[in-house]
Design a protein around this ligand. Sequence first.
Ligand code: ZN
Length: 101
Amino acid sequence: MNIKKGDNVKIISGKDRGKTGAVLHVIPETGKIVIDGLNIFKKRSRPKKQGEKGQMVLVPRGLAASKAMLICASCKNPSRVGYRMEGGAKVRYCKKCRSNT
Ligand SMILES: [Zn+2]
């Protein structure tokens, strides 16, 4: 996975297709990312005690990282990224404008 926490991404499939947002968490075990304010689903909770009301809660769900594209910070385009070696360190770069991201 080449998306990191704090990246801006564009969702390319699913119900929030075309929307953009910042990555809040990355879940490496499942290859999923959680994006701020996106991919939110309603969940109804049942009343647990008598007299209590069931309520609707909004829960963000993880989205497969392959369904999101990184938005490059320098060219502002959703782009594919690659890795290259620079001074002995692996750096991520944008395949469109070739600048490091
Ligand atoms: Zn770029």
